[in-house]
Design a protein around this ligand. Structure first.
Ligand SMILES: Nc1ncnc2c1ncn2[C@@H]1O[C@H](COP(=O)(O)OP(=O)(O)OP(=O)(O)O)[C@@H](O)[C@H]1O
Length: 553
C-alpha cells in the first residue's frame, strides 16, 4: 500500500476478478483498473476508472463473503465470490447520476487480501463520512396517503425507507389523517429540537402545509407577529425534504429537476441544502397565506376557481377550465403598486436560469441583508406611470397578474412562467398582462410551451420586485364577498357562468400555489431565503463524468 500526499489510503483491491488501484482522499474515492495483457482491449472499449465524490458516498460496510451477510448480520445478495488471495470484502454505496437529473444508488464491493486492510478501509471511509456534518441523522416524516395517485405510503415503504436504513438515518413517521394535520402538528406539538429536518411525502399542497407549519412555528417561538406585513420573519433552521407523490410536484421540478422519489431521498441523505424565498400574503394587516411558487389573479385565478367547481371531472378539469377561461376572456381593472428590486443582479428578461450554486442568488442574498426591504429605489429607466412614496403605481385593465417566485417550469411548460426567476434572490417576478385581443393572448400563452420570449409583446410587462400590492378598481367589502360566498350572485358571478355575456366581472380570485385566496386586495412581501430544502437546485451538467464500470456490481 503506497501513500501519496493528500491520499488517505491507496491499495490494490479486487472487483469481479480484476485488480483495481483504489485510492481515497478527503474529496474523492477513485478506482482505476490495472491494465494487463488480457484486459487491455476491453479497457479501451468500455473505460476503466471511476470517481465518486466523498460527500456522495452513502454508506460503507464489511461483508462476510462466505455467509453473504453484512457486518450487522443482515443478509446481502452477493455477486462476487471470495478468492484465496482476496478472502475479505467491503461494500461502498454511492450516488450515481443517470439521465435527466435522476440519481440512483449504486453499490461496489471491493475484495481485500487481509482482515486488517479491510478494516482500515471501512474505518477510514466511515471517518470521512462522519466529517459530513450537514447530513441529517433523525427526520420527522409526514406521509399524505391521499396525494396524487394515492401511492404516498407505498412509495415511502418501498423506495425511501430502505435507503434511509442503509444510510443509518432514523425517522419518526406520521401518516396524515386529515387535511392540515401536518401543518397543525408542526405548529403546535411537534418536538422540533429532536430532528434534523422534516420530510413530506406528497405533492405541492402537502409541501405548502409543511412550510406553513414550520414558518408559523418559528415565528411563534420567536414572538414574531405574522399579521404585520412589514415584519421581518425569522428564517427556519430545519431543512425540508420533499418526496414527490403528488399530481404536479412543481416544487420538486424547480429544486431537483425531476419528480423522482429515489433522487429526492438521495439529496436528503447526503444533506444537500437549497435556500428558498417565501412570499407572505396579507389583506388589511391580516396574514392570509405563504406562497412558494405562483400567485395568479385573472386568468390563473379563474382557471382554478372554475376547476374547483368541476372536481367530478378529474384531472381533465384543468384543460377544460383553461379552455373555458380563455374563451370568456375576462379582464379586471385595478391598481398594482410595487417596489422594484433595482440593486440586484439579473433581470426577468435575461437568459440565465437559476441553477445549482446560483451566483445571482448568492449576490442578491447579500443585497437583501444590506438593504432594509422597504427602502426601494426608483427605477432610473422608468418614465411612464407614477410613483407614490417609493412605490411604482400602474393602473389598468389586466387579463392576468402573476407573481412567479420561481420559474414554475413543468413538463407542459419546460421554460416556465418566468424562465429566469430565481429560487433564493429575495425577489418575485411580477408579470402584468394587459387587456388585449384573444388572438394575442393565445400567442402569449403558446409561447410558454416553446422557446419564444413570452414577455416580448407590447401588452406584457415584467418587473422584478420585493413587494407588491393589488387593489381591484371597485374595492369590495368583506360583507360583499360573504354574499358571494353564500351564493347570492353579483353580476360578476352571473357573467362568469354565462360566457356569452360580453361584460367582465369586477373581481377575479387569487390563485396562491393552487389555492383560492378569500380576498382580491392583497399585499405581498418576499422573505429572502426564509426556508431551506434538502436539494441543490437543478444541476447544469454532472460534476463527474459518468464512465461505465464493468466490474461494478
Ligand atoms: N390525510 C389526508 N386526508 C385528506 N387530505 C389530506 C390528507 N393529508 C393531506 N391532505 C391534503 O391533501 C392536499 C393535496 O395533497 P398533495 O399536495 O399531497 O397532492 P396533490 O394535490 O395530488 O399534488 P399536487 O399538490 O402536487 O398537485 C393537500 O393540500 C393536503 O393538505
Amino acid at each position: 500500500m503506497d501513500k501519496q500526499p493528500g491520499i488517505l489510503l491507496s491499495s490494490h483491491l479486487l472487483i469481479r476478478k480484476c485488480v483495481w488501484e483504489v485510492s481515497l482522499n478527503p474529496l474523492v474515492l477513485t478506482w482505476r483498473q490495472i491494465p494487463s495483457q488480457k484486459n487491455i482491449q476491453q479497457l479501451l472499449k468500455v473505460g476503466s476508472s471511476r470517481i465518486v465524490s466523498v460527500p456522495e458516498i452513502l454508506a460503507v460496510w464489511e461483508i462476510d463473503l462466505h455467509s453473504g451477510t453484512k457486518d450487522d448480520g443482515r443478509w446481502q445478495k452477493m455477486s462476487q465470490k471470495p478468492t484465496e488471495a482476496y478472502p475479505l470484502a467491503f461494500t461502498v454505496s454511492y450516488v450515481r447520476r443517470a439521465r435527466k437529473h435522476r440519481w440512483r444508488c449504486c453499490d461496489v464491493t471491493f475484495l481485500c487480501p487481509d482482515w486488517a486492510l479491510c478494516q482500515l478501509w471501512v474505518q477510514t471511509i466511515k471517518e470521512q463520512l462522519a466529517e459530513q456534518t450537514n447530513r441529517p441523522k433523525h427526520l420527522l416524516v409526514y406521509i399524505n396517503p391521499y396525494g396524487g395517485k394515492q401511492q404516498g405510503r407505498r412509495i415511502y415503504e418501498q423506495k425511501v425507507a430502505p435507503l434511509f436504513a442503509r444510510a443509518s438515518v432514523s425517522t419518526d413517521v406520521i401518516v396524515t389523517e386529515y387535511a392540515n394535520h401536518a401543518r397543525d402538528h408542526l405548529t403546535t406539538v411537534a418536538e422540533l429540537k429532536l430532528y434534523d429536518g422534516v420530510v413530506c411525502v406528497g405533492g405541492d399542497g402537502m409541501f405548502s402545509e409543511i412550510v406553513h407549519g414550520l414558518v408559523s412555528r418559528t415565528q411563534k417561538d420567536n414572538d414574531v407577529d405574522q399579521n404585520s406585513p412589514e415584519e421581518k420573519l425569522v428564517a427556519c433552521t430545519l431543512r425540508i425534504g420533499i418526496i414527490p407523490a403528488g399530481s404536479t410536484d412543481c416544487i420538486c421540478y424547480a429544486t431537483v429537476g425531476i419528480n423522482d422519489p429515489v433522487t429526492s431521498t438521495l439529496h436528503i441523505i447526503i444533506g444537500d441544502s437549497q435556500p428558498m424565498d417565501v412570499c407572505s400574503v396579507h389583506h388589511n394587516n391580516t396574514f392570509l397565506k405563504y406562497s412558494l411558487s405562483l400567485l395568479g389573479y385573472g386568468f390563473y385565478g379563474d382557471v382554478l376557481a372554475d376547476s374547483e367547481r368541476k372536481l367530478w371531472m378529474g384531472p381533465v378539469r384543468y384543460d377544460f377550465s383553461g379552455f373555458k377561461t380563455f374563451l370568456t376572456h375576462h379582464y379586471y381593472e385595478g391598481t398594482v403598486s410595487f417596489q422594484q428590486a433595482t440593486d440586484t443582479l439579473g433581470t426577468p428578461r435575461d437568459k440565465t436560469p437559476c441553477r445549482a450554486g446560483c451566483l445571482t442568488c448568492l449576490h442578491n442574498r447579500r443585497q437583501c441583508s444590506k438593504n432594509s426591504p422597504d427602502k426601494s429605489t426608483a427605477d432610473p429607466d422608468f418614465t411612464d406611470g407614477e410613483y407614490e412614496e417609493g412605490w411604482r403605481v400602474i393602473r389598468g385593465k389586466f387579463l392576468a397578474i402573476n407573481a412567479a417566485s420561481m420559474s414554475c417550469a413543468c413538463p407542459r411548460s419546460p421554460q416556465g412562467l418566468s424562465p429566469a426567476a430565481h429560487l433564493a434572490d429575495g425577489t418575485t417576478d411580477l408579470i402584468l398582462v394587459r387587456k388585449c385581443s384573444r388572438f394575442n393572448f393565445l400567442r402569449h400563452l403558446i409561447r410558454h410551451t416553446n422557446k419564444d420570449d413570452q414577455f416580448d409583446m407590447t401588452f406584457v410587462e415584467v418587473h422584478r420586485v420585493r413587494r407588491f400590492r393589488f387593489v381591484p378598481r371597485h374595492c369590495q367589502s368583506d360583507s360583499e364577498r360573504e354574499l358571494r360566498g353564500n351564493g347570492k350572485r353579483t353580476f360578476g358571478q352571473i357573467c362568469r357562468d354565462h360566457p356569452a355575456c360580453g361584460c367582465s366581472p369586477a373581481y377575479s380570485s387569487w390563485n396562491c400555489d393552487g389555492e383560492i385566496l378569500p380576498h382580491a386586495a392583497i399585499e405581498v412581501g418576499v422573505h429572502c431565503q426564509l426556508i431551506k430544502l434538502f436539494a441543490r437546485g437543478i444541476e447544469e451538467t454532472p460534476v463527474f463524468e459518468e464512465l461505465p464500470a464493468p466490474c461494478v456490481k
